[in-house]
Design a protein around this ligand. Structure first.
Ligand code: SF4
Length: 278
């Protein structure tokens, strides 16, 4: 069905070209998440890692991958504004799976400069200010995390948001240096993720029990009401802005930076706004 693993020199980057990525994406389009993960781990080993913020999709993937390879690498970003419940999840995962989580932090000098100029809660002041905060606290640390990888695994699903409707299970992430972006859950529904979690007793983020349907930084996430879009609780005060942050959000879409650039450009009304660009 697809090519077997390739033995690689650690000093070389094993990047897919467009033809190979397209062929593999077709081959794996109907494969189960576990089959996609098995292929990914055989190909990249320690040069691939799961990106997670410990929401349902990331936890299901983490559990699946750990069953295939207990040495699977997992990374996350501590923005400095996470809810306490997310830190509790990190401790839960460390204890349950016996793994260390690679935690990336924002650059201290960038945070200091940003907060000194615009205050600690700049994200409430304008969309460009919010995007600057996301860029400093999330996007830049993720760029650093990805710089040492040949592939990364995300929990994206096609039915999460319009911008994710066409994702493939294997793609080239041109926004992060051309490494492969693997989305094994692309064709799963939220119900299938939930079913897996219950069947395998996977740890669940405590905020789901409080009505949260998407979980990010504490000041920028709220619980949602019945009938609301699952991502309606992210930056709920904004209108006409993408519900993406640059990390799973992308931090996982790869297209976030493009959306951010477009919005910042369109939203710039003068020197003050332009000055907020990172
Ligand atoms: Fe900043 Fe909010 Fe983005 Fe977190 S989600 S990085 S606090 S703007």
């Amino acid at each position: 069905m697809w090519n077997a693993a390739v033995a690689l020199d650690n000093d070389e980057r094993d990047l897919l070209d467009e033809f190979e990525a397209g062929q593999i994406a077709v081959d794996l389009d109907f494969a189960s998440p576990q089959e996609v993960l098995r292929w990914t781990l055989e190909r990249w080993g320690q040069k691939v890692a799961i990106s997670t913020s410990f929401q349902a999709e990331g936890m299901a993937l983490l559990d699946m991958a750990w069953r295939l390879d207990p040495g699977i690498r997992v990374f996350t970003v501590d923005t400095g504004r996470l809810p306490q419940e997310t830190y509790e999840m990190i401790e839960t995962v460390r204890a349950r799976y016996g793994m260390s989580i690679e935690i990336y932090f924002p650059d201290a000098a960038q945070v200091e400069a940003m907060v000194r100029l615009q205050g600690p809660d700049l994200f409430k002041k304008s969309v460009p200010a919010r995007l600057r905060c996301c860029n400093v606290r999330k996007v830049e640390p993720i760029r650093r995390a990805l710089a040492g990888l040949d592939a990364w695994i995300t929990g994206l699903r096609r039915d999460q948001w319009a911008s994710r409707a066409n994702i493939r299970k294997v793609e080239i992430d041109h926004d992060h240096g051309g490494l492969a972006k693997i989305s094994p859950l692309a064709d799963w529904t939220a119900a299938e993720v939930e079913e897996y979690i219950q069947a395998h007793d996977v740890p669940v983020h405590p905020l789901y029990k409080q009505g949260y349907t998407s979980i990010g930084c504490a000041p920028c996430t709220r619980a949602t009401k019945a009938g609301e879009d699952p991502r309606a609780g992210r930056w709920w005060w904004e209108t006409n802005a993408p519900k993406e942050c640059g990390i799973h959000c992308p931090i996982e879409t790869g297209g976030f930076e493009h959306e951010m650039e477009a919005i910042v450009h369109l939203g710039a009304k003068g020197p003050a706004d332009v000055g907020e660009r990172v």
